[in-house]
Design a protein around this ligand. Structure first.
Ligand SMILES: [Zn+2]
Length: 114
């Protein structure tokens, strides 16, 4: 039996953490874009330009993952409300509590996630 109060708590903590990360990443990306625009040198032959582009693409990836997590968290909270939380959305078996402790927003059991 899943402790839904505790799961709700974990999800809310994860939610604010993820929102903080998204805010930080968004401002990083803005800074990186500004740094690139202010750079008049030839991109192709400028190692700094390449580094900025690399950092920018890493930040973009992280941002996308964080946004996906945020929506997974919202869906998990929804499942807490409708009583389907802790049930694998793919095979319908219970998700082990140890998994939910680590990833309270996981929609599937380990077998279905892989
Ligand atoms: Zn499953």
């Amino acid at each position: 039996m899943v402790d839904s109060d505790r799961m709700r708590e974990l999800l809310h903590a994860e939610d604010s953490e993820t929102r903080r990360l998204i805010a930080a990443l968004s401002s990083d990306i803005k800074d990186l874009s500004a740094a690139r625009e202010g750079d008049n040198s030839d991109d192709e032959h400028d190692p700094e330009g390449a580094t900025l582009a690399f950092e920018r693409s890493q930040a973009d990836t992280l941002l996308r993952q964080s946004e996906e997590r945020l929506s997974a968290i919202a869906q998990a909270l929804q499942r807490l409300d409708d009583g389907s939380f802790g049930i694998c959305t793919n095979c319908g078996k219970p998700i082990p509590e140890v998994r939910l402790e680590i990833r309270p927003y996981a929609p599937t059991c380990v077998a279905c996630a892989s």
